[in-house]
Design a protein around this ligand. Structure first.
Ligand code: THU
Length: 141
């Protein structure tokens, strides 16, 4: 997998985002240790507290298909202008809840979080950079 491919998959996943309340559409693409890519988008609800982020959609899809180990996730988010799908966005960093959910299934020192502004403009962090001193399954083992 190259980072570019994963970013492209996140842009493609964003097209399906259901975000009629915020207008902020997010796509995520999760690279799994079995070599597969599982995508997700945000899914909002008229009862706002039930909105689900793109990253957690991807993780829950993957886990429900029996996947466990994850290597990387690419994320793209932004508001479309005049119904034109964005080509350039601000970097969309994962929320705290999604960072913790990613932590459950990945090694924070090696798991890569790729935040993309466009298909060719993105930045990479490790999960431990974005969620330092984290609590995880190993903490209670
Ligand atoms: N959102 C995500 O999908 N991922 C994040 O990491 C941050 C926020 C979604 C949730 C909601 O549908 C919209 O963006 C605005 O908060």
């Amino acid at each position: 997998m190259n980072d570019n491919e994963l970013v492209k998959a996140a842009f493609a996943a964003r097209i399906n985002a259901y975000a009629p309340y915020s207008g902020y559409k997010v796509g995520a693409a999760l690279f799994c240790s079995d070599g597969s890519i599982i995508t997700g988008c945000n899914v909002e609800n008229s009862s706002y507290g039930l909105c689900n982020c793109a990253e957690r959609t991807a993780v829950f899809k993957a886990v429900s298909e029996g996947k466990r180990g994850f290597c990387a996730i690419a994320i793209v988010g932004g508001i479309d202008k005049d119904d034109e799908i964005i080509k350039t966005a601000d970097y969309a960093y994962p929320c705290g809840a999604c960072r913790q959910v990613l932590r459950e299934f990945s090694d924070p020192e090696t798991f890569k979080i790729i935040v993309a502004r466009s298909e060719s403009d993105f930045k990479t962090f490790t999960l431990s950079e974005l969620l330092p001193n984290s609590f995880g399954p190993d903490s209670i083992a």
